[in-house]
Ligand binder design. Structure first.
Ligand SMILES: Nc1ncnc2c1ncn2[C@@H]1O[C@H](COP(=O)(O)OP(=O)(O)O)[C@@H](O)[C@H]1O
Ligand SMILES: [Mg+2]
Length: 362
């Protein structure tokens, strides 16, 4: 790296930078509710029907339709969509709280659809944990005992589980409240207990189903920051469901957008904003401040004759907002360089086009 090159913000774990083995691999997953649900995924005719027609013809709802994705180690994978798009059904299928109708969910080399009761128990106790919108805390147990509950089920000794619970209580910022009861805590604090409980067993994957949707906006922002901080500290793989785009962009390494049970698009925030797959996604991302999400990769242009090529260098994944000052301050275009290779250049004009919302022919 040359001295003038600004370090690009680290992407936290896209599949490309992992060793290639996803933590969870979902293949052609379907969940159909209703009579003889099994026949729907295999039938080209029924698959082609919209929600209403399918219901009229078969009495079935296809909540998850042919969804495929991989979650990389350490990634925060967000599933986003409007209410009713199938997010909760999808995430529940991943842990078999709901039985999938067809498809595969591969974890540790095996399809969890084939897991027997014993394996499933092990998965739920040791490998996965879930945080829901409704905290599900036990009202007659103190914070520390709520947090330790899963460890108790595992048969951990009292001393050991109390020590572990205390550790995660501190990790989520609840030190001093160990002996409180849930109803003595605010909603945000109760959700911290939920987080601590999910972390206590040191799971491989944390599943969140709209955990902050019921919280006030400011508390919600605190909790989002808390998840980011925890993710940095414990580096867990997370699957996070939300209907809120700004939450998705803030937390997600990648985001899968669902509509009517299907995947509309799956990509990084800058991919969704820079290259929306269709009008539905375009509408979703319309009000996103583009400079906060797009990276230099999206706005650079090839150098032309007469462009000075001795300007400062930046990486392609630097967010436009972070590059604005450097680009405007330089008296020549900034070079976008990756691994010593010149990818393009960015001048004042490209930057100002984003700030004014004019780039990319918009
Ligand atoms: N147990 C069920 N029986 C029948 N339909 C269901 C059931 N659970 C969910 N659905 C339907 O599946 C669709 C997706 O629901 P859900 O997964 O809860 O969406 P989201 O979490 O995105 O709001 C909705 O149309 C919902 O009515
Ligand atoms: Mg839901």
């Amino acid at each position: 790296m040359t001295p003038t090159q600004t370090e690009a913000p680290q992407r936290r774990g896209t599949p490309e930078d992992a060793d290639g083995t996803p933590v969870v691999s979902v293949r052609n997953l379907w969940k159909v509710f209703g009579p003889k649900a099994d026949r729907v995924p295999g039938s080209e005719e029924l698959c082609g029907l919209g929600r209403r027609e399918l219901m009229e013809r078969t009495g079935c709802t296809a909540a998850v339709r042919d969804v495929t994705f991989d979650v990389a180690p350490g990634e925060v994978f967000v599933v986003m969509g409007l209410s009713g798009s199938g997010k909760s059904t999808l995430v529940r299928c991943l842990t078999r709280l709901i039985e999938p109708t067809s498809g595969e969910v591969v974890f540790e080399g095996g399809d969890i659809r084939g897991a027997d009761a014993k394996r499933l128990r092990e998965l739920r106790r040791r490998k996965f944990s879930m945080v829901f919108q409704h905290f599900g805390l036990l009202p007659h147990r103190r914070v520390v005992d709520n947090v330790a509950f899963g460890l108790e089920i595992r048969g951990m000794s009292r001393a050991e589980r109390t020590a572990r619970a205390q550790e995660v209580v501190e990790l989520v910022g609840l030190a001093g409240y160990e002996n409180s009861y849930p109803d003595q805590l605010s909603g945000g604090m109760q959700q911290r207990v939920g987080l601590a409980r999910a972390l206590a067993g040191d799971p491989d994957v944390l599943f969140f189903d709209e955990p902050f949707s019921a919280l006030d906006p400011l508390i919600r922002r605190d909790m989002q920051n808390e998840v980011i901080r925890l993710h940095h500290e414990v580096g867990k793989t997370m699957v996070f469901i939300t209907h809120d785009l700004s939450e998705a962009l803030k937390l997600g390494d990648r985001i899968l957008i669902m509509r009517d049970g299907r995947t509309v698009q799956c990509g990084t925030g800058d991919e969704l904003v820079g290259a929306p797959a269709d009008d539905y996604v375009r509408e979703f991302v319309r009000d996103v401040p583009r400079g906060d999400v797009l990276t230099l990769r999206w706005i650079m242009r090839p150098p032309a004759d007469g462009d000075a090529l001795d300007g400062p260098e930046l990486g392609p994944d630097v967010v436009v907002r972070e590059a604005t000052r450097a680009v405007l301050a330089a008296d020549r275009p900034v070079k976008v360089v990756e691994n010593g290779r010149l990818l393009g250049i960015v001048g004042d004009e490209e930057i100002l086009a984003v700030v004014a919302g004019r780039e990319g022919g918009m």
